[in-house]
Structure formats: structure tokens, C-alpha cells
Design a protein around this ligand. Structure first.
Ligand code: DX5
Ligand code: ZN
Length: 217
């Protein structure tokens, strides 16, 4: 599939969500951060806002669920029209069953790992997934500093995917910017979330294009 850029609207003007999304037409996806104030210490938006946005844009939505009990809630995001639904492995009770349910509902199934969660114990699950999301900050807030300590895990995940002959996408999220994206791409990431880098730029769409170019090397 190649390099893909999925801007996070977390740091955009949330009172004008559809207008903000209209500023980034070159994006491959729009990344929507759903937070419940339990899994992470922040609260953003839920299903009703997500459903409205799905109707308001032609870009595919990439739902990142930073919530407790994704087994219960994630399938509803697939039903609401998410092209991809990411749940956190630290929160899921039955990740394999959940991934299968998401796929059955027509969404891409994706599993996220916080910075301190190792990938090796999940090697056998990769075949159930369409994407792995490696957090490069502790989840909860935009605008944090990229954690270089995740780079070896990006490399290791890419190795595991290749060794198994799979076509799982590898997404990175947190602190991705023109300064850090090349490191991520070089380590094997191919899908890049960028929040503050895109929405604090004077021309967000130009930033999307610049990030894509840098990642492509
Ligand atoms: C953080 C969210 C990210 C966040 C990224 O928990 O999952 O998607 O919006 O924002 P930046 O790119 O500013 O780190
Ligand atoms: Zn995110």
C-alpha cells in the first residue's frame, strides 16, 4: 500500500470538526482519537460525534479507541462507518475475538500498544490484524515529545510481520513531525498519525504532503 498519512484532529478546532477535516484533502485517512477518561486521563468524543463526522466527509475514518472495554464498544465504530478501528491490547479482554468481529463488520482491525507494551508476545496474533499501532508517546494528549525508545519495537514489529509473510500495516502515533517521521519510516512504519504537526501548520494540507514525502525518503 505504501506510505499513508492520517492526521489526528485532536488538536484541531473541535467545534468545527468538519471544516477542519476539509483543510486536509490530501490525507489518506482522518485519525479520530476516542478517549473515555478511564483508559487515559482525557475525554474527547464518542459515537454520536463520530457518526456525524462520517456523514460529513468522504475521507475514510481511522478510529483510535483509547477506552476501557473495547470488546463492548469497538464494533459500534465499525457499524458507524469507520474504515479502520484500533483497540488497545492493554484494554481488550479478547483481542482475537474482537479483531474477527471488526473484520466481519467490514472494518480493518487494528491493535494498539502503549510504549511499554512488548510486541513479541503478540507475534501469533498478527495474522488476525490489518494494522498494528505503536504509540510513540503515552496515549492521552497531543503535542507530546516523540519517544525514541519505541524505535527498536517498530523495527522488531516490521521483522515479525515480514517473517510471517503478512501485509499488516504498521502505524505510529505520537510526536510524529518533519523532525521524527524519517526515523519511524526507516524503522519500518508505513502509516503515520500526525496531530499538532499538521494542525499547527499554516497550511495543514501542505504539511500532509511534506510528511508523506519525507516518509517516502
Ligand atoms: C495521543 C493520540 C494521538 C495524538 C497525536 O494519545 O493518540 O493521536 O493526537 O498528536 P501529536 O501528533 O501532536 O503527538
Ligand atoms: Zn491516536
Amino acid at each position: 500500500m505504501g506510505i499513508q498519512i492520517t492526521p489526528s484532529v485532536l488538536n484541531a478546532d473541535l467545534s468545527r470538526l468538519a471544516d477542519e477535516v476539509a483543510r486536509i484533502p490530501s490525507s489518506d485517512w482522518v485519525h479520530i482519537d476516542v478517549m473515555d477518561n478511564h483508559f487515559v486521563p482525557n475525554l474527547t468524543l464518542g459515537l454520536p460525534v463520530f457518526e456525524s463526522l462520517a456523514r460529513a466527509t468522504d475521507l475514510p475514518l481511522d478510529a483510535h479507541l483509547m477506552i476501557e472495554d473495547p470488546d463492548r464498544w469497538a464494533p459500534a465504530y465499525a457499524e458507524a462507518g469507520a474504515g479502520s478501528v484500533t483497540f488497545h491490547v492493554e484494554a481488550a479482554k479478547a483481542p482475537v475475538r474482537l479483531a474477527r468481529e471488526l473484520r466481519a463488520k467490514g472494518a480493518r482491525a487494528s491493535m494498539a500498544l502503549k510504549p511499554a507494551t512488548g510486541i513479541d508476545q503478540y507475534a501469533d496474533v498478527l495474522g488476525e490484524l490489518d494494522m498494528v499501532l505503536l504509540m510513540t508517546v503515552e496515549p492521552g494528549f497531543g503535542g507530546q515529545k516523540f519517544l525514541d525508545l519505541v524505535l527498536p519495537k517498530i523495527r522488531r514489529t516490521r521483522e515479525l510481520i515480514s517473517a510471517a509473510g503478512l501485509e499488516v500495516w504498521l502505524q505510529v502515533d505520537g510526536g510524529v513531525s518533519p523532525e521524527t517521521i524519517e526515523r519511524c519510516a526507516e524503522a519500518g512504519a508505513d502509516v503515520f498519525v500526525a496531530g499538532s504537526a499538521v494542525f499547527s501548520a499554516d497550511d495543514p494540507d501542505a504539511m500532509v504532503q511534506q510528511l508523506r514525502k519525507l516518509a517516502a525518503g
